[in-house]
Design a protein around this ligand. Structure first.
Ligand SMILES: C[S@@+](CC[C@H](N)C(=O)[O-])C[C@H]1O[C@@H](n2cnc3c(N)ncnc32)[C@H](O)[C@@H]1O
Length: 207
């Protein structure tokens, strides 16, 4: 049984880090979202706000969610510094319990993993319901453990196909644009680099 709540876990982790960020979006988000026409985006697990700020700069209105009030404070400061406060609404949710209401042209979740026991597939499935017909969902997950990761060495991540199956979406209602692993050069906190795998799920809602 977990001895601290998920919110406490993430707040304690972020209290030990600074609000500073790379200021760059995730590679996969930039790759897959760049061609899309901006509308209203929902970001799950926004952390310090890099992806939300990038989306806002592309013309999106963004609702950005995290469980950690500490990191949402950092993200709000970073959005203000970037001049993007008006375009981003930050909301505190434990996504296992609640999710912003509304319909979105893009739902995005990058590395929405937690070492705590939580219903990740159900969270992603519920978020998919918030995609408007014609809209997209982009889920970027770890496919391999980076050498600098604090997670146990035997950590295994579900494949993109397994995650999609667990989400239980109506296959007829979604067009598969990319469901696959991709590799990239990852950068560690002390300047290390390593080839890492990300699992990508990129779908368009048809109906
Ligand atoms: C590994 S970080 C990834 C952050 C960022 N999206 C990125 O690409 O670097 C996971 C984020 O999800 C958030 N998170 C974890 N569990 C959550 C939950 N149940 N509800 C909402 N956010 C959660 C954490 O606070 C953290 O900011």
């Amino acid at each position: 049984m977990d001895t601290i709540t998920p919110a406490q876990f993430w707040n304690e982790r972020y209290e030990k880090s600074s609000p500073e960020t790379s200021g760059r979006p995730g590679l996969a988000l930039a790759q897959f979202a760049s061609p899309l026409t901006p509308g209203h985006a929902l970001e799950l697990g926004c952390a310090k706000g890099d992806d939300a700020i990038w989306l806002a700069r592309q013309g999106w209105h963004v609702t950005a969610v995290d469980i950690s009030s500490v990191v949402l404070g950092y993200a709000s400061t970073n959005a203000g510094r970037a001049g993007m406060s008006e375009q981003i609404r930050f909301e505190e949710h434990d996504l296992a319990i609640s999710c912003p209401s509304g319909a979105f042209d893009l739902v995005t979740a990058s590395f929405l993993h937690s070492p705590q026991n939580w219903p990740r597939s159900a969270v992603l499935s519920r978020a998919a319901e918030a995609v408007r017909p014609g809209g997209h969902i982009l889920i970027v997950g770890h496919g391999s453990r980076a050498p600098w990761s604090s997670s146990p060495e035997d950590t295994r991540f579900p494949s993109a196909e397994d995650t999609l199956t667990e989400m239980g979406l109506d296959v007829a209602a979604w067009k598969r644009l990319c469901v696959c692993p991709i590799t990239r050069t990852g950068h560690g906190p002390d300047g290390q680099t390593a080839t890492v795998t990300d699992n990508i799920i990129f779908l368009q809602r048809l109906s």
